[in-house]
Design a protein around this ligand. Structure first.
Ligand code: AMP
Ligand code: ZN
Length: 113
């Protein structure tokens, strides 16, 4: 938990979010500024800055769970086509807490970001 981190504050229920999935390790909620019709953020509850800071054991554990969550979202949101975006590094990351963008809808384009 990092008290200066907006995603930790959401996980801690200090600030509101439209939460659509939660388990012991992950929270999924709507992006506040969506860039497509469906724009969810898949966020590990542990404050890890980005992929470069993830430990080896955490990597294996979280990655497995993360794939499961993507499939849960795919099914519950009834989407066949979707895109995952992971921004890494100070220049690309607005929020310095690891998160995975889940983007879908007719307005998702085929660009890399
Ligand atoms: P990035 O760090 O560039 O991968 O993007 C961070 C994302 O978090 C952006 O798409 C923001 O719109 C989103 N975001 C920032 N603050 C909040 C919030 N309070 N609730 C939901 N999404 C947020
Ligand atoms: Zn955090």
């Amino acid at each position: 938990m990092n008290s200066n981190c907006v995603f930790c504050s959401i996980i801690n229920r200090d600030i509101p979010a439209q939460i659509i999935y939660e388990d012991e390790d992950f929270l999924v909620f709507d992006d506040i500024n969506p860039s497509s019709k469906i724009h969810k953020l898949i966020v590990p509850k542990k404050h890890i800055k980005n992929l470069s800071e993830i430990g080896i054991e955490e990597n294996k554990y979280l990655w497995n769970k993360y794939i499961d969550i993507i499939n849960i979202l795919k099914t519950s949101l009834k989407v066949l086509n979707f895109k995952i975006v992971i921004n890494n590094g100070d220049k690309l990351q607005l929020v310095k807490h690891l998160h995975f963008h889940f983007l879908s809808g007719d307005d998702v384009n085929d660009k890399l970001n």
